[in-house]
Every structure is written in structure tokens, then in C-alpha cells.
Design a protein around this ligand. Structure first.
Ligand SMILES: Cc1cc2nc3c(=O)[nH]c(=O)nc-3n(C[C@H](O)[C@H](O)[C@H](O)COP(=O)(O)O)c2cc1C
Length: 236
């Protein structure tokens, strides 16, 4: 299927079912006009109070990309360290809080290089977007209730998903990643964003090497329940 035909034929429901995480890309260039269209579609995402806290850095400079790749690699290494220990990477405890001390030796994990085709290809990736969020513009309704916030990120991740859906409509694929968040302070130095701004995601876009395959997700009855936590599975 050509990208053009793909874009023309994929409706919203189909796009939601087939927008996979794509980490390997062909050499097809993603030009500025395409990125402009993707950003222009994604901007209609919802956000708390419609504050639209996102800023997108379209990173083209190869030296900057190389530095970002180095920083992202550390986060990936940590992730792999958790997996190696048989743990859910970066999970909080049952109290909803970040375990202190962390469950693995993060410094040791970061130092143990783990291969990642995505990071290895970052300098040459067709498009690299960093989605930053103004923390002072997030509506954190679950702030101060004694656990990590879920709601805070909700003002920016619909925008990130829109980026991926808009890319899909252009016949492109991509992945949202968060491993750069593990080195946010260093990234702030490199990219010059202020303290009240954080990294929500690093998004890599391009033409997928492999065709879209069926996504593996839990069926509705596995996550929807009637009335209460201990209710019956919800069914039509
Ligand atoms: C909040 C969030 C964080 C993610 N972080 C990363 C990441 O750091 N690196 C990565 O390769 N993929 C990352 N992903 C992509 C997920 O691995 C991917 O969405 C998931 O495995 C489903 O993949 P599929 O759509 O191809 O089935 C992230 C996705 C989300 C929603």
C-alpha cells in the first residue's frame, strides 16, 4: 500500500486500531510541509482548561540529535536494567509513590549499554520532535493527594497521540518515547528550556520499514466493569 493510498483509506476508527509504535524507518524524507500539517492537525487536542501547555522542538541539528541520543540511551539502559531484574520498569509502589531507594541500582543500569535500533538511528531519523510541557499550565487535579499524578500528563499526551494519528494520516509511523525524561536536567542545558518546563515525550516519525501489523490489546471485558471495581465485566 502506498503512503498516499494508505492516508486516503484510513478512517478514524481504523487509524485508532492500527497506529502502532514504529521504531524503524525508511530513508523517505519527512519534509517541513508534512510536519507542519501534522502539527496543525495535532493542535486540536484537548487539554485541562484548554491551556495547551505544549511546545514542540523540531530537532534537525545533527549535533543536537547526537547529544539527545546519548541522553536517551541512559534512560533506555535503565529500562533494560529493570527488565533484566524481572521488574516492571519505573513502576511506583503499591502506595502510589516512587520507591526510595529505587528497586534497582539505576546508575549501574545506565552504565550498562543496551542496544536500541531506535536510538542508534536517531541522528538520521526522518523527523525528531520533542514535546515539552509548561508545568505551570498543567491542571493537576490529583496534585497533593499523596500519590503520583495521573492527571497532569493528561494535558499533553492527547496531543502526542494526535501527532501519531496525524502522522498515520500522512502514511507515516512513529513512536512516542519517554526515556529522555530520565535525563531531563541535562536535556534542559542542551536545549535551553527553563525550569518550569518539562519533557513530556520524544517522538520519532518516518515511513515504517515494516507494514502495520495487528495491535495486541486487552479486550473490552478485561478492563471495563459494571458499576464498581469488583463489578461484572461490562458487556453490551
Ligand atoms: C507513556 C508512554 C511512554 C512510552 N515510552 C517509550 C519509550 O521510552 N521508548 C519506546 O521505545 N517506546 C515507548 N513507548 C511506546 C510503547 O512501548 C508502545 O506504545 C507500546 O509498547 C505499544 O506498542 P504497539 O502500539 O506497537 O503495540 C511509550 C508509550 C507511552 C504511551
Amino acid at each position: 500500500m502506498t503512503p498516499e493510498r494508505d492516508a486516503a483509506e484510513v478512517g478514524v476508527a481504523e487509524a485508532m486500531r492500527t497506529t502502532a509504535a514504529t521504531r524503524e524507518f525508511t530513508d523517505r524524507v519527512v519534509d517541513a510541509a508534512t510536519l507542519q500539517r501534522i502539527l496543525d492537525a495535532a493542535r486540536f487536542a484537548p487539554s485541562g482548561g484548554n491551556r495547551q501547555p505544549w511546545t514542540v522542538l523540531v530537532v534537525e541539528d545533527r549535533a543536537l540529535r547526537a547529544r539527545i541520543a546519548e541522553l536517551a540511551q541512559a534512560g533506555w539502559n535503565e529500562y533494560v536494567g529493570y527488565l533484566g531484574a524481572g521488574l516492571v520498569p519505573f513502576a511506583v509502589g503499591e502506595d502510589g509513590l516512587w520507591p526510595d531507594p529505587p528497586r534497582i541500582d539505576l546508575a549501574a543500569a545506565a552504565a550498562a549499554a543496551a542496544p536500541s535500533p531506535l536510538i542508534d538511528g536517531l541522528v538520521d531519523a526522518p523527523a525528531l520532535l520533542l514535546v515539552l510541557a509548561d508545568l505551570t499550565a498543567l491542571a493537576v487535579l490529583d496534585g497533593g493527594i499523596g500519590r503520583h499524578s495521573i492527571v497532569g500528563g493528561g494535558s499533553v499526551y492527547p496531543f502526542v497521540q494526535n501527532l501519531l494519528l496525524a502522522a498515520r494520516a500522512e502514511g507515516l509511523g512513529g513512536v512516542m518515547t519517554t526515556f529522555l525524561c530520565r535525563r531531563e536536567a541535562e536535556a534542559r542545558e542542551v536545549l535551553g528550556f527553563p525550569d518550569h518546563v518539562g519533557i513530556a515525550a520524544m517522538v520519532v516519525l518516518g515511513e515504517p520499514v515494516k507494514p502495520v501489523t495487528r495491535l495486541r490489546r486487552r479486550p473490552v471485558e478485561a478492563f471495563a466493569r459494571l458499576d464498581r471495581w469488583d463489578g461484572e465485566p461490562f458487556r453490551a
